[in-house]
Structures are given as C-alpha cells and as structure tokens.
Design a binder for this molecule. Structure first.
Ligand code: ATP
Length: 268
C-alpha cells in the first residue's frame, strides 16, 4: 500500500511507535559542536516543525535524519528498531525523502519531466528503451490528483510556474517514491501568504494519508503555529522546548527560541 493511500494511523489519536526517532544526537564539524544531544521524532500522520535561531542545529539534525551527515553518537530508530543511516541512500531505502530549499527542479522542463527525471518509465531495451511520455503523464496526473493538485499544468515549464506551484511539484516528486517520512527544508520561504497556505493544505493532505512530516522553518507566526502539530525548539545544538502547535502562540515559540522559557515541554 502506498503511503498516499494508507489509512491514517493518526498521531493525533495517540502515540504508538514513531516512524523515525533520533535521540541524543551528537555531531561535531571539526572543533565545532553542532549537535549536543539533539532529538526529534515523528509519528505517522504527524507534522513536526523544527525551529530555532540561525545556527541552532536544525539543518544538521535533519541532515543526520536524511543520511547526509553521519552522527558522531546517538540513537537512530526507524519504526522502533535501531538502524544505521550513514548516507542518503540509507535514508531513502527506509522511506525517508527530503525536499531541499532549492527544490532541485529543472526550470526548462515541465512537471512530468521533473517528476520523472532520472526514473522515466521506458519501453523495453529491444524496443529502443524510449521514454513513455504518455504513461509518465498518466501516472503524474494520478499522483497529483491523489495529492489534490489536479489543477497543476503538466506541460508548462516549471520555470514559468509560481513559487508555490514549484514547491508542490518538488513535494510531489518526493512522494513518487512512496516514502513514509518527508523532510521539508523551509517549504514556505519566499512564498506569498496564499501560496504558503497551499503548501500547508498539501502537507496536511499527506499527513492525513499516513506520512510523517518533518519541517525546518523560520516562518513561525504564519506557518509553523498554524500548519504543524508539534514544534520542537532548538538552541545551541540541543532541544530547549516542545509545544503542541495548537496550544502555543508565535510569540511563545520565538521566546523559547531566544531562551525565554528554558526547558518548556507542553507537547505532552
Ligand atoms: N558542513 C558543515 N561544516 C561545518 N560547520 C557546519 C556545517 N554545517 C553546519 N555547520 C555549523 O553547525 C552549526 C549548526 O548549523 P545548522 O545549519 O544546523 O543550523 P540551523 O539551525 O539550520 O541554522 P539556519 O537557520 O541558519 O539554517 C552552525 O554553527 C553551522 O555553521
């Protein structure tokens, strides 16, 4: 069953086993101690935001999750079992996809070409191994419809699309691999308020279909408090507060980021 069609195990209904759990992660870059016992976990159907000031360690922590950086020490559990994740392919093999801020799309190519770049549906080698555009198009339309993005043009170059549309295509591309967890790096950076709302709707659709979503974001007041379920606040390489998004204001989150309410845990 694809993650998109999975019944919602609904983190919101209770806890169960996290999809991914990183605990007490330490990471040095030379003499720089970037992560000092940082932790993060995400449950099926849950959207978790990682927030913190510049240099707090958010990107490093999600890069450990994505296998870009190997942790010096700490635990990495996937569906409750210890796993070794030392390179990106280890993470993708587990079902963890990452959408980086640059989106890694080709502006001159259309949505179908971007979705299937590097993994095109081809004919048999004896038939010339040609890319089956029509089949890619059908699959792309099915995927976008399941993601409630049926209105997106399949044929317009993505360079001619809005920032929100490009973000949605980048997320759709990550979903093609039917992941269990999607990491999003600043998905609303440089988006208008309404485009950011479109991204919020999309990630909620994905979470409702059982994915765990981890988001790094500085967009505290509009996006993080409204579009996520739980907020982990990081400072100086460690967790310093945790909130249920529905119970907190942007001001309280920012206050925690700058050291206002040390060690708060209201996430339950
Ligand atoms: N590849 C690297 N090599 C050396 N130092 C690094 C590397 N990546 C991150 N750092 C350092 O680790 C610390 C944490 O950086 P990180 O990018 O994780 O912070 P962040 O919370 O994501 O910040 P921002 O919000 O500015 O992106 C910083 O001091 C940063 O300079």
């Amino acid at each position: 069953m694809s993650a998109l069609t999975a019944e919602r195990p609904a983190a919101s209904q209770g806890r169960g086993t996290p999809l991914v759990s990183l605990r007490n992660i330490q990471k040095h870059f030379g003499s720089l101690h970037a992560l000092r016992g940082a932790s993060v976990e995400v449950y099926p159907g849950e959207i978790v935001a990682l927030v913190g000031d510049n240099g707090a360690g958010k990107s490093t922590l999600v890069k450990v999750m994505a296998g870009v950086h190997a942790a010096d020490s700490g635990e990495y559990l996937f569906e409750g079992k210890p796993v070794t994740v030392k390179k990106p392919t280890d993470a993708t093999a587990l079902g963890i996809q990452t959408v980086y801020q640059d989106l890694s799309l080709c502006s001159n190519l259309d949505a179908v070409q971007n979705l299937y770049l590097g993994r095109e549906v081809t004919g048999s080698w004896w038939g010339g191994g040609r890319i089956k555009r029509a089949e890619c198009e059908v699959r792309a339309r099915e995927l976008l419809t399941r993601m409630r993005l049926g209105n997106l043009s399949l044929t317009r170059p993505v360079g001619a699309m809005s920032g929100g549309q490009r973000q949605n295509i980048a997320i759709a591309r990550s979903i093609l691999e039917t992941p269990k967890v999607v990491i999003l790096d600043e998905p609303t950076a440089a988006l208008s308020h309404s485009a950011a709302e479109g991204v919020s709707t999309l990630i909620r659709t994905l979470a409702d279909q059982g994915l765990g979503i981890v988001i790094v974001s500085h967009d505290i007041h509009h996006f993080v408090v409204n579009a996520t379920d739980r907020i982990e606040v990081m400072r100086l390489g460690a967790n310093c507060a945790s909130f249920k998004s529905k119970d907190v204001t942007g001001e309280q989150v920012v206050n925690a980021m700058v050291g206002g309410n040390e060690g708060v845990n209201l996430a339950g």
